[in-house]
Design a protein around this ligand. Structure first.
Ligand code: HEC
Ligand code: HEC
Length: 133
């Protein structure tokens, strides 16, 4: 993946790709997937002093920004209690949400959407009851 260079040599990193800025939401591959970011985030401060993302995605900012609000799960602590503000474990948005660019994946994968899998079974979905027989 790093090219035909010896392991003791440092490779030239590829130029940064131009990220998607279309503002078009992409469908999620499964229900619990963190949605990917459909806009540029270049220069947005995201550290212990400031969270630029929350300037648009916080509950109180969405009317002005027209951004989707962080969902209720973002207010939950690990014991399932709802906090007044974004939970510390959801503070660093980019742990889970990432911008997109039109690049070729370095590693292939065979992920199949659950809907496509259900369609493949031709409506003959295996139910727990059928499996027992
Ligand atoms: C200037 C306001 C603004 C800022 C700052 C901002 N966003 Fe957004 N974001 C939006 C808007 C508006 C949308 C709706 C789609 C669009 O217009 O791009 C959006 C969409 C998204 C979505 C897609 C949600 C979905 O349902 O598909 C994600 C994820 C997201 N933003 C994450 C972030 C993260 C992470 C940051 C900080 C690094 C950030 N945003 C900073 C305004 C903002
Ligand atoms: C630990 C992973 C994680 C972190 C950190 C995180 N998110 Fe999310 N986010 C998710 C997941 C998973 C979903 C989809 C399921 C859900 O809503 O919980 C989501 C959903 C969203 C959505 C879509 C909400 C909707 O109702 O359509 C937005 C917007 C968003 N996150 C913004 C943010 C912002 C802004 C931050 C930082 C303040 C952040 N997230 C931090 C995992 C994360």
């Amino acid at each position: 993946m790093r090219g035909p260079l010896g392991f003791e040599q440092t490779t030239q990193p590829p130029p940064l790709a131009n990220p998607d800025n279309s503002d078009i939401k992409r469908s999620r591959n499964y229900a619990m997937q963190p949605p990917v970011i459909p806009h540029k985030i270049e220069g947005y401060q995201l550290d212990k002093n400031a969270n630029r993302c929350m300037m648009c995605h916080a509950r109180t900012r969405t009317q002005e920004s027209q951004a989707p609000m962080i969902s209720v799960t973002h207010f939950m602590d690990r014991d399932g209690n709802f906090l007044a503000e974004v939970s510390p474990r959801r503070y660093f948005c980019m742990q889970c949400h990432v911008p997109q660019a039109g690049l070729n994946p370095l590693v292939g994968n065979t992920f199949t959407d659950v809907d496509s899998m259900l369609k493949k079974t031709d409506g003959k979905q295996e139910t727990p009851a059928a499996r027992k027989k």
